[in-house]
Write a protein that binds this ligand. Sequence first.
Ligand code: ADP
Ligand code: MG
Length: 356
Amino acid sequence: MYEKKDNKPSEAASRLTALSELGEFGLIDRLTRNVVIHHPETLKGIGDDAAVIATGDKVLLFSTDLLVEGIHFDLTYMPFRHLGYKAAVVNISDIAAMNGIPRQMTVSLAVSSRFSAEALDELYAGILMACNKYKVDLVGGDTSSNVKGLTISVSIIGDAQKEEVVYRSGAGAGDLLCVTGDLGSAYIGLLILEREKSVFRADPNMQPELTGFDYQIGRQLRPEARTDIRNLLIGLGVKPTSMIDISDGLASEILHICKQSAVGCKLFEGKIPIDPYTTELAKEYKIIPSVAALSGGEDYELLFTVKQEDYEKIRDVGGISIIGHMTAASEGKYMITPDGKNVPLSAQGWDGMRGK
Ligand code: ADP
Ligand code: MG
């Protein structure tokens, strides 16, 4: 048989793994599979909202996040001041998710010549606004030019007593699944901003129709970190068994807790807290409201589990909703709809509900 010799490169190319095959978490797993921990002080490395490092009687919490123009933010509708605020807040949120106190942060920028110093002044005004509000010290960073666009990398240090730290891995079967605040509004805010984007583009002086959507747009452009929950829970005498912040969407975060804790879950769809007007707007966008909460992300609320015996302490607390419970891993990971159907929980939320 005649063998084509000129197709070697494409054969080689076909053996390479496309990043899309792995997904973000698959890629992280692959890149970090050979990581060796050399120091006993590294109590927790990769796999939680922050690394945990022993330092005397306290532990240090360390986390970093990258924001890339065109991927994480769109300057068509994201004011620089809000962008700076959000860049700081998403890092502070990771410390809150470990039940720690945020302390110091560094900010690194790669910026193209398209930007003015005044624009970056605004960015820093936003970063400092968050630093002042959350009492975080900006202690350094790095600055570089960039071929194109703006990239912001923020790293943060926090601390806690060793026994205060809450990991993603501590949930047990029977624990109650709780969430702070309400979910899905940041995603609806994003949809509104995307809808009005053509107006921003056509004429920068033209005001798009954003009035009346303050809550949803505020949740998207200027989120807050739930650093208040630590003290609230201390006051209630409750220590969560596991915790994570909601950056990617409720479904994805529940699955992280399930995986890290080796448990299953039952999430009750009807218990997911959603702002009433967000519910209305979701329907206008032909999205089932719970899908906005499950898959939308960027709400930066805290998802945590508590022992069943803490039920009385937590059930009537304003701003905390009990949305389900953890089960044995063998029972699977399900969402129960109001009419009693069991739907397997997937990281994309419940695709079957979309558009109905
Ligand atoms: P979060 O959403 O809380 O910021 P991520 O999902 O980004 O967390 O990351 C999950 C875990 O993987 C974290 O422990 C993070 O530090 C780690 N991680 C992410 N990207 C990398 C990378 N490129 N190399 C090493 N560790 C990484
Ligand atoms: Mg996180």
